[in-house]
Ligand binder design. Structure first.
Ligand code: SF4
Ligand code: SF4
Length: 116
């Protein structure tokens, strides 16, 4: 069975372009939505994303909506803990394919890392 993990030097989910996420107001509180929109920078990328290292500059203090954690996903998307693995895999694959392409090195690395 594939087991979700975040792969290093990906960062696809740090591409925040609201045009590609039309349902933001359905799972973010008004304050979170404001924070989210304030983080959208050039080309739709998060202003905290370091393009050289492909890492988050504020990782320990990143917002709640950046965290793949059971409690957060239950709260935001109504996903139960036992569904989290498959849901997170789908989210990552969708985001990676959207940002880097479905034949990208990033999607190959992700699939290999999770055991697909
Ligand atoms: S899309 Fe998934 S694998 Fe890529 S950085 Fe985000 S959480 Fe990690
Ligand atoms: S705060 Fe960090 S983890 Fe969240 S979108 Fe920005 S760069 Fe990515």
């Amino acid at each position: 069975m594939a087991t979700w993990q975040c792969v290093k030097q990906c960062g696809a989910c740090c591409h925040l372009d609201p045009a590609e996420r039309p349902d933001l107001d359905e799972y973010l509180s008004p304050a979170e939505l404001e924070l989210y929109l304030s983080m959208v920078g050039e080309g739709g990328w998060c202003i905290n994303f370091d393009h050289t290292t492909r890492e988050c500059r504020i990782y320990p203090n990143r917002p709640r909506f950046c965290r793949v954690e059971a409690e957060v996903f239950q709260d935001m998307y109504g996903i139960e803990a036992e569904e989290l693995n498959d849901f997170a895999i789908d989210c990552c694959r969708q985001q990676i394919e959207g940002v880097y392409g479905d034949r990208s090195l990033e999607i190959l690395r992700f699939d290999r890392a999770i055991g697909l």
